[in-house]
Write a protein that binds this ligand. Structure first.
Ligand code: SF4
Ligand code: SF4
Length: 342
């Protein structure tokens, strides 16, 4: 399908139609002086000019808490799946790439049916960044623009949006839109080229492909101890991160011990008990071990497992969320680069 052009008025009408259909529609809205994803009740509330949302759209594919099944002790169990249709509007490219990564995690090896069921029922409308946030560094991570995963990608070209709809779901929503002209496509390319260099408040001093090799040599570097000395182990850097996907599973059994529910909730590798195992052994008890682990996950372990460039998409949320100001991945990688030869 050719790429379309849709006026701002037409987009507003489309959003209004989706809301009127009764299906769940969520999108980015102002929240005091910040922005957040939330239920849309009016197209006027949608803000595609936002800088960054407080929490990433990860909460829609992997809710902070979700019930997995109910069971009878020693008997049958019943899995629970979320089959509600959801249209999510306003996902930035770096968050879209994070969702693509999490899709890969939950679909390979053992497929997670709770995740994939929810994901199949989603329609994702992404948008290119209009306003860079104060801590974004997506340009350094190769995540300032995105080419897959969405149903529609909107690019603001001033008086209208250029709309790329590679899926049937996206094409169905844009069936009445006009084709974009060569001039529209040139404007879109200019926006994307600008973002590929300008979303870079914290430039990384190496290529992302070099990070695994850098970290291979950095396990005993003093930066882990130095930074972790002021870490509160609050886990905020994990909670706001669009690519963190760890969870804890818990069974709650009824008072008569006959039935129960199994649920899962977000976990975070910076939390003290994250690595606690049977016998109350904790294999990452020290703060600097936990602090180092997060940076190794983003720069080495997950990229090597998934065959991707980096598991940090440069959204900058951890930098904003960390009270002692130690969570910036680029700050740490650049410190290592000063001391370690690649
Ligand atoms: S590590 Fe920080 S900057 Fe990177 S994706 Fe996670 S929250 Fe965003
Ligand atoms: S947000 Fe900062 S203080 Fe909190 S766990 Fe992460 S690095 Fe430590």
């Amino acid at each position: 399908m050719s790429i379309k052009k849709i006026s701002k008025e037409e987009l507003s009408q489309l959003v209004s139609t989706l809301i009127a259909s009764g299906d769940r529609v969520e999108g980015v809205q102002a929240k005091d002086d910040k922005f957040a994803f939330g239920p849309l009740t009016s197209a006027d509330d949608l803000r595609l000019d936002y800088d960054v949302t407080l929490l990433s759209p990860r909460k829609y594919v992997l809710p902070p808490v979700e019930s997995l099944m109910t069971f009878e002790v020693g008997g049958r169990y019943q899995s629970e799946y979320d089959t509600e249709k959801l249209t999510l509007i306003g996902v930035h490219p770096y968050d879209m790439i994070a969702l693509n990564q999490i899709d890969q995690v939950f679909s390979q090896d053992e497929v997670d049916n709770h995740y994939t069921t929810r994901r199949k029922n989603m329609t994702l409308i992404a948008c290119d960044v209009v306003t860079p946030s104060e801590n974004v560094f997506a340009s350094s991570m190769g995540t300032a623009t995105v080419s897959e995963g969405y149903d529609i990608l909107l690019t603001d070209i001033g008086d209208a949006y250029v709309a790329d709809a590679p899926t049937e779901k996206g094409q169905a929503l844009l069936c009445n839109a006009a084709d974009a002209t060569a001039e529209d496509l040139a404007k879109r390319q200019a926006v994307q080229e600008r973002n590929q260099s300008d979303l870079n408040r914290h430039p990384l001093n190496c290529k992302i492909e070099d990070l695994p090799q850098l970290l291979e040599k950095a396990y005993d570097h003093p930066v882990w101890e130095e930074k972790a000395a002021s870490c509160f182990s609050c886990g905020s850097c994990n909670q706001v991160c669009p690519t963190c996907y760890c969870f804890n599973v818990q069974d709650d059994v009824s008072w008569d011990l006959k039935s129960g529910t199994r649920s899962r909730a977000w976990d975070g590798c910076l939390l003290e008990n994250f690595a606690n195992v049977a016998g109350d052994h904790n294999f990452r008890k020290k703060r600097n071990d936990r602090f180092r682990h997060r940076l190794y996950r983003k720069g080495k372990y997950v990229p090597e497992k998934l065959g991707i460039g980096t598991a940090c998409v440069g959204c900058g949320r951890c930098i904003t969320a960390c009270v002692p100001g130690i969570a910036n991945p680029v700050d740490i990688y650049n410190t290592l680069l000063n001391d370690i030869k690649l």
